[in-house]
Write a protein that binds this ligand. Structure first.
Ligand SMILES: *[C@@H]1O[C@H](CO)[C@@H](O)[C@H](O)[C@H]1NC(C)=O
Ligand SMILES: *[C@@H]1O[C@H](CO)[C@@H](O)[C@H](O)[C@H]1NC(C)=O
Ligand SMILES: *[C@@H]1O[C@H](CO)[C@@H](O)[C@H](O)[C@H]1NC(C)=O
Ligand SMILES: *[C@@H]1O[C@H](CO)[C@@H](O)[C@H](O)[C@H]1NC(C)=O
Ligand SMILES: *[C@@H]1O[C@H](CO)[C@@H](O)[C@H](O)[C@H]1NC(C)=O
Ligand SMILES: *[C@@H]1O[C@H](CO)[C@@H](O)[C@H](O)[C@H]1NC(C)=O
Ligand SMILES: *[C@@H]1O[C@H](CO)[C@@H](O)[C@H](O)[C@H]1NC(C)=O
Length: 333
């Protein structure tokens, strides 16, 4: 335990804590937003970030903090949003956040943070954790273990290479994971199994380097509202992805697909987007057209012109439409 001397000043209190190997920066400016009267106050925190009354939001931006030491943020008052933006944070010690309130959003962004360790977020009560726009390459398997408050996890614009199903171990309320613009190459088996079963899932993994979706990727997962993997390198969707699963919105634009597995044509999709799969097979594309028209599925096609020789027509696919154009026969001489 660290000895401390507390001196409360207005909203924020100054707390001096001496801990080995972790120096809390002095003179950090924090901005406090009060939701009742809309007041905004700038406060200098000499050491720990804390509050002496209930407020709506605490914003710490453009400061130099480097490391969030243990018990760096101690908040026992009510708080809804906490944001730490562009503060040169490279590392976060376990138990850096000691917050008793239930936050709606904890956002740590635009920091050179590259690893999310176990012990930092397991006990933070927040519905949304937004760690977008950092340098995160690794999230330890048990980094979110047991966090029953979490519902939304955003990891956009980082350097994550591996999607780990263990991120959701005993996090029974997570329904949305967004990790666009990362370096994920594979969606593994049972990837979403331990996400919530209480509401439809939203999965956003666009703009990665995904080449492979494990046939068991959706095994054990609840119904899926949105499955977005636009802008990857997917050549094939596994047959099992649509067997006994519910996916409402499937977005696979800008991949390398040539066809869908037969199981897709038995599925209960309501929305299908696959533009930018420029080598999609024409006979498969015509099958998709029949399927989406019969089931009134909203669709975005790749831009492709297909010949239907038997009927002497060309079918032009573009955006949400397809057109039939008669092939002009060469005039006989
Ligand atoms: C942080 O710096 C950026 C760029 O200089 C500026 O746009 C932004 O308003 C600053 N944020 C705060 C809270 O001062
Ligand atoms: C980040 O903060 C520094 C000051 O510490 C400021 O110069 C810079 O403009 C900020 N960058 C952004 C993107 O807000
Ligand atoms: C959180 O801060 C309180 C002081 O407000 C302290 O008593 C408690 O030990 C801290 N919790 C942890 C896990 O360090
Ligand atoms: C989560 O809870 C389980 C069971 O209580 C415990 O064994 C495990 O160590 C906890 N994980 C973390 C990261 O605290
Ligand atoms: C998911 O939960 C089940 C039981 O609820 C457990 O057996 C399994 O190990 C968990 N898997 C992961 C990847 O967390
Ligand atoms: C799908 O569900 C049906 C009916 O519940 C079952 O008979 C079938 O074995 C299941 N198929 C797979 C691949 O799990
Ligand atoms: C397109 O798919 C059909 C049937 O699925 C197949 O017979 C044909 O060879 C494929 N065409 C190309 C160019 O791959």
């Amino acid at each position: 335990m660290c000895p401390r001397a507390v001196a409360a000043i207005f909203l924020a209190a100054i707390v001096f804590v001496s801990c080995e190997n972790c120096e809390k920066p002095s003179n950090v400016e924090i901005i406090v937003y009060d939701h009742v009267n809309g007041d905004v106050k700038n406060i200098n925190a000499e050491g720990v970030i804390t509050l002496s009354e209930d407020v709506f939001q605490v914003l710490v931006a453009n400061q130099t903090i480097r490391k969030l030491c243990q018990n760096y943020v101690i908040i026992n008052n009510e708080l809804t949003v906490l944001q730490l933006l562009n503060n040169s944070i490279e590392d976060i010690s376990p138990s850096a956040f000691n917050i008793s309130a239930t936050l709606a959003l904890l956002k740590i962004s635009a920091n050179p943070l590259n690893r999310i360790k176990k012990g930092v977020f397991n006990e933070v009560r927040t519905k949304e954790l937004d760690l977008s726009n950092n340098n995160i390459a690794v999230i330890e398997a048990d980094a979110l273990d047991n966090n029953t408050y979490l519902e939304i996890i955003k990891l956009n614009h980082n350097f994550i290479k591996k999607f780990d199903p263990n991120w959701f171990t005993r996090t029974p309320n997570v329904y949305k994971i967004s990790a666009i613009y990362n370096e994920i190459t594979k969606i593994p088996a049972y990837a979403f199994m331990n996400m919530t079963k209480l509401r439809p899932l939203k999965i956003r993994l666009s703009a990665n380097s995904i080449e492979e979706i494990d046939p068991l990727a959706l095994e054990g997962a609840g119904p899926i509202d949105t499955f977005r993997v636009t802008g990857n390198r997917i050549q094939e969707l596994p047959y099992n992805l649509f067997v006994n699963k519910t996916i409402k919105n499937l977005q696979v634009d800008m991949n390398k697909l040539q066809c869908f597995p037969d199981s897709l044509f038995e599925s209960s999709l309501t929305d299908l987007q696959f533009s930018g799969n420029d080598f999609f097979n024409c006979s498969c594309l015509i099958k998709v057209k029949t399927f989406v028209e019969a089931k009134s599925i909203s669709v975005i096609y790749p831009s492709i012109i297909c010949e239907d020789k038997a009927n002497e027509i060309q079918i032009v696919f573009n955006n949400d439409k397809s057109y039939k154009i008669p092939v002009t026969k060469p005039s006989s001489i």
